[in-house]
Structures are given as structure tokens and as C-alpha cells.
Design a protein around this ligand. Structure first.
Ligand SMILES: [Fe+2]
Ligand SMILES: [Fe+2]
Length: 262
């Protein structure tokens, strides 16, 4: 199957099943001979019941201290599942938006798309094991709102991998610890899986930022210059700053210090 065909199906799918469709022969069977012409961002279709909700109907994200309640933990997991759904839609879009990007970059995106599909499924199953269902609660369009201002692979890397995904290096262990404290081992275990994959996704972003940035600017300067408007570098960190995870993802000390101070 051509990479574009797969990405097209996922991005334009109007049912959950199709959004989660994987290449029949796995990643290795994908070809990338006809990447096509770039498509501009438009919000992808969503099946009935999974549309973005009106702001007024959305819940506030639960406070950490309220996570002793299963209902609040479900709200949390539901929000994270929605992040995964938006992430997989955006990875598919990036494959359609950047047909001229380096083939290794595109293959890396395809691999991450598979990961995000798996993450979504894991959250869905966990929510179901708690007697709820993905789609029961209102959904936001947090990542989508910034996609329109991403116009090249460098913007993409800085906004998606090095902002949203980098922030998860702080969020995932933070919520993992809370879930564990409140005796929800299944949720804590899932946060650990997500965290480990996210180190890889941020690592992908770091490698490509290093390759694509101009030589005379630092990693952090390039990052700062290419974050989407409305998404400053502070969005790249969460409640407890994880230096080690960032080093593992290949970010340098200078970048880490500058982000910490931001
Ligand atoms: Fe993910
Ligand atoms: Fe990710």
C-alpha cells in the first residue's frame, strides 16, 4: 500500500474503525513512490458522537487532588484518549501535507502514526474496562486549532513533537504517579507505556530539528522561532519538569535549561 493512500484513508475516515486502519502488511510493506501534492489543513471528519463539542458543554480538566474518584480518572483518560485521536489524525495529515519531505522523515511519521493509533486503542480499552466509553464525554479540538498555522516540516516538528509531545514527558509520569497513589495500577501502567513511546517521538522531533535548522542558530532558538503562533515554548512543559527524559530524547543541556527557565 502507498503511504499516501493509508494516510488519506485515516485522515478522511468518518468512522473510528477507518481511523484505526493499519497497513495490511505492516510498516515494511508501505511504499512511498507517489506522495502526491500537498494538502492544506482542514479539520478532518468525525463520526457521529465524536464531534468536537461546543466550548460551553466541555468539562474542566480534573484537579490532581480529585483523582481519588474513578469518575474523575475516567475524565482524565477520556481527555488523553482524545489527544491520541487528534495526534493520529495530525500524523496522517502531516504525511499528506509534506509529500516532498525526506523519505526517512515520512517513514518516521508513519511509525508514529501507528503508535498513536495503538495509544488511542489502549486508552479506549482502559476506559471501557471502567464501564465507560470513548465519546461519552465532550471532546475538545486543542491540537487541531494550531494545525492551520503549520506550513512546513520544521514548524511541524517544533509544534507537534517538541511542544505537545514534549509536554507529555512531564504529564505522563505526573499522572502515572497520581493514578498509582490512588490505587489505579492499570492507568499508571498505561501512562508508563505512553511515556516510553513519547521519549521516542520527542527523539524523532529532536533529530529532525537538528537536521533541518539553520547552522548558525541554537536548537532552542530554532525551536522558539518555529513554534506555532499561540503555542509558546512554555507549552512544551508540564507540572513536573523531567530533565532526564529530555536528555534521553536527545535534547541538549542548553535547550533544556532555556526551556526550564522560560
Ligand atoms: Fe500518543
Ligand atoms: Fe506521541
Amino acid at each position: 500500500m502507498e503511504m499516501r493512500e493509508w494516510a488519506w484513508r485515516v485522515f478522511h475516515a468518518d468512522c473510528l474503525e477507518e481511523k484505526l486502519v493499519t497497513p495490511p502488511g505492516g510498516l515494511k510493506s508501505l511504499t512511498d513512490d507517489k506522495p502526491g501534492s500537498p494538502i492544506a489543513w482542514t479539520p478532518p471528519p468525525r463520526p457521529n458522537g465524536l464531534q468536537v463539542s461546543h466550548k460551553k458543554t466541555r468539562f474542566k480538566f480534573p484537579k490532581p487532588g480529585s483523582l481519588h474518584s474513578e469518575e474523575m480518572r475516567i475524565r482524565c483518560l477520556h481527555t488523553f484518549a482524545n489527544h491520541e485521536l487528534m495526534a493520529l489524525e495530525m500524523m496522517a495529515w502531516a504525511l499528506l501535507a509534506f509529500p516532498e519531505a525526506d523519505k526517512h522523515f515520512r517513514l518516521g511519521l508513519a511509525k508514529i502514526l501507528l503508535d498513536e493509533q495503538r495509544h488511542f486503542q489502549l486508552y479506549s480499552e482502559l476506559i471501557a474496562s471502567k464501564g465507560a466509553k470513548f465519546g461519552d464525554l465532550p471532546l475538545n479540538d486543542h491540537f487541531w486549532r494550531l494545525a492551520g498555522s503549520i506550513s512546513n516540516p520544521l514548524d511541524w516538528v517544533c509544534t507537534m513533537h517538541l511542544t505537545f509531545e514534549q509536554a507529555n514527558l512531564d504529564h505522563a509520569p505526573f499522572f502515572g504517579r497520581l493514578f498509582q497513589e490512588f490505587g489505579d495500577q492499570d492507568s499508571a501502567d498505561l501512562m508508563e507505556v505512553i511515556f516510553r513511546d513519547e521519549v521516542g517521538h520527542v527523539g524523532f522531533g529532536t533529530r529532525w530539528l537538528k537536521k533541518m535548522k539553520p547552522e548558525d542558530v541554537s536548537l532552542f532558538q530554532a525551536f522558539e522561532a518555529h513554534c506555532a503562533p499561540g503555542s509558546p515554548p512554555e507549552r512544551a512543559k508540564g507540572p513536573e519538569f523531567q530533565t532526564q527524559a529530555r536528555l534521553q530524547a536527545g535534547l541538549d543541556q542548553e535547550f533544556i535549561e532555556q526551556l526550564k527557565l522560560w
